[in-house]
Ligand binder design. Sequence first.
Ligand code: NAP
Length: 496
Amino acid sequence: MVATIADREKELLDRVPTGLLIGGQWRDATGGATFDVEDPATGRTLLSIADASPEDGKAALDAAAAAQESWGRTPARERGEILRRAFDAVTARADEFALLMSLEMGKPLAEAKGEVTYGAEFLRWFSEEAVRAFGRYSASPEGKLRVLTVKKPVGPCLLITPWNFPLAMATRKIAPAIAAGCTMVLKPAALTPLTSQLFAQVLMDAGLPAGVLNVVATTSAGKVTGPLIKDDRLRKISFTGSTPVGRRLLADASETVLRTSMELGGNAPFLVFEDADVDAAVEGAMAAKMRNMGEACTAANRFLVHRDVAEQFSTAFAEKMKALTLGRGTEESTTVGPLIDAKSRDKVHELVTAAVEDGAKPLVGGAPAEGDGYFYQPTVLADVPAGNRILQEEIFGPVAPITVFDDEDEAVRLANATEYGLAAYVFTKDLNRGLRIGERLEVGLLGLNAGVISNAAAPFGGVKQSGMGREGGTEGLSEYLSTQYVGISDPWADLA
Ligand code: NAP
């Protein structure tokens, strides 16, 4: 008998662990509480999983703290090989992970497969980096001491992830923590916890010792993580999510002077200069705007286009947006999935409505799509007045506001007029101009004639209120290491 798509989905969901992972065991939440995870394309429940209580959170930290010493002493090669086996397993099961992400998050299958490749790459990258946590040995300038530095794991970490990239946001934190020898408590987003549940089992199957990774999905994020942040056994918090929640966590973390990494919101400008290859800019715009339905921290949020090419760019961009196909992510024909929930869709529409009231002109879209699920039409808005709300806030949806500029200074001024500083994109054929603009933009990531630049080998992170710290690259490992300096008396002293 041929398995139908519904059979495949059911068979996959049946294999997702539904408990909390604490000390190497999947177990129920205390009191047996559960919560439903829904399919944003239909609003139907996919699976119910354990809903951690503050007590469960504490048990998870107990397990992480107990496992820390032996895990920190486990040879780096062994830690790296666990990551490498996990990379092989996730890659071999790419279709399964892609389907699960598409089901719980809504993204089209092709994009979900792209995320599996991207997310798995952190496992491979950090399997290789694990053996490169080098210290140094040198003579102090006046010759009286030898300077020895040792890299040590920071210790038990709390990792909090968002819903928009359910696999990659988890691997981007878990892989360097494993490579560095840290134990962890992971709190995945309540909207999309299933991918983390399945991935945690992959790590256990790859030989990760009990207690190194503990997973506590919950609908009471603050109540579960608050006490952990105040617990002096916790040594680091790594958070990816919105700037308002990041601010609150930073304030909490100050009580115990907890080490923090914050990957927060963005409001990326996408600059198109008059000398740009406009076709390439439109391709880049589609990627930078529509990847993940616009629900990415790096999503182009403001299109700043030179007056000479504004009409050409806007028309071609609107045509491409119009040609997209909305649908459930699991359907082959779908190029745009639903937004994550009704609240997100309504917020997107509120921003569009306010922009149109302020004089913006919709070239395409401008409204939610009819029918089930939380769909919003791909939208391009021309003539958006500077200062409008849609240019200040993260849209987190398939909407592209366009504003015209006349010269470099104005472009830079508009681009930097935001509290955020995560990503920016610049399209120009003049390399000097591209680099010059890059030096003037207040961002952590710059796409130069490129619409998607996330890569496991590159440092990802923002400036201003987009956060602090870097994930990926060689920088990603150092976020989970502390440096101890050992001062050694002059070994030549007794010959003096
Ligand atoms: P969010 O509402 O800030 O939630 C992120 C995570 O924090 C979720 O796991 C959430 O749990 C948890 N959380 C919420 N309130 C908390 C609290 N008081 N204490 C502890 N944890 C708490 O963000 P989101 O809506 O999931 O994600 C979208 C945001 O993430 C956007 O702003 C986007 O730009 C940002 N983002 C940034 C990056 C980056 O690398 N810079 C990458 C991806 C996304 P619940 O699920 O239970 O609410």
